[in-house]
Design a protein around this ligand. Structure first.
Ligand code: HPA
Length: 262
């Protein structure tokens, strides 16, 4: 696998892996691309079924930082497996990445964080009872989740946002497994538990990344107010449309963050 990837970009060693969420794949337009490999050519990589997820590994540079971009993820709700992203994430670690930067589309639990807002994730609540490490042996499965979202990287993301004049919040992400959206009662419970944003991804990938020894940073784009917070219905079309519309801010933020990754 590593040889298959390395042969497409000889001598290339990425430092940062970027995992792009729904409607956010256009980030690769910011890169100097060396190679783009469909997941279908990489054994163990998933076949995303969700519109807005390309399913390609893109290798290249942002400024002078070598990055490997996972353009599209598979979610628990697609196949009933929380470890669909295990091989891609472990492959990022084997390629030499030290950090996984994730993006996602999320529902906002805060009225001061309307659709289009960005939020750096500082912690998560796994509300599903499901774990991508189920079934793994060895003591390594008991992964420490304190500071799972690296505080120094979160601070650097917020500083990059400030420098680029991008309003950016920070807060706690709660993982619901989907694919149905949450009920208003579930969202009231999530607010009581201390969550700021809700989504159907990211938490399992963070667990997998910590298991693989990667540092994690993550940014959510609010595509809607969560169920019951304001009148109206929620749908995937809105997720894609708002994520696309807000992607320029997120692209700018990631570019600033990665160019100065150091
Ligand atoms: N809930 C769960 N996942 C989401 C939402 C939401 O409201 N919006 C975008 N992804």
């Amino acid at each position: 696998m590593i040889e298959a990837i390395s042969s497409r970009a000889p001598g290339f060693r990425p430092r940062v892996a970027v995992l792009l969420g729904s409607g956010l794949g256009s980030f690769v337009d910011e890169m100097k691309v060396l190679a783009a490999i469909p997941y279908a050519e990489l054994p163990g990589f998933p076949r995303p079924t969700v519109r807005g997820h390309e399913g390609r590994l893109v290798l290249g540079h942002l400024g002078s930082t070598p990055v490997a971009v996972l353009q599209g993820r598979a979610h628990y709700y697609e196949f009933g497996r929380a470890d669909e992203m295990r091989v891609p994430i472990e492959t990022m670690a084997e390629l030499g990445c030290e950090t996984l930067v994730q993006t996602n589309a999320a529902g906002s639990l805060r009225l001061d964080m309307p659709p289009g807002s960005l939020m750096v994730i500082t912690d998560h609540i796994n509300f599903t009872g499901i774990n991508p490490l189920f079934g793994l042996g060895a003591n390594r499965r008991f992964v420490d989740m304190v500071d799972a979202y690296d505080p120094a990287l979160a601070r650097r993301l917020l500083a990059a946002a400030k420098a680029a004049n991008i309003r950016c919040h920070d807060g706690v992400y709660i993982w619901f497994c989907g694919p149905s959206f949450e009920t208003p009662a579930e969202i009231r419970a999530a607010v009581t538990l201390g969550a700021d944003a809700v989504g159907m991804s990211t938490a399992p990938e963070t667990i997998l990344a910590r298991h693989a020894g990667l540092k994690v940073a993550a940014v959510s784009v609010m595509t809607n107010f969560a169920a019951g917070l304001v009148p109206g219905v929620i749908g995937h079309d809105q997720t894609i449309a708002v994520a696309n519309a807000s992607s320029s801010q997120l692209r700018l933020l990631l570019r600033r963050f990665l160019e100065s990754y150091g």
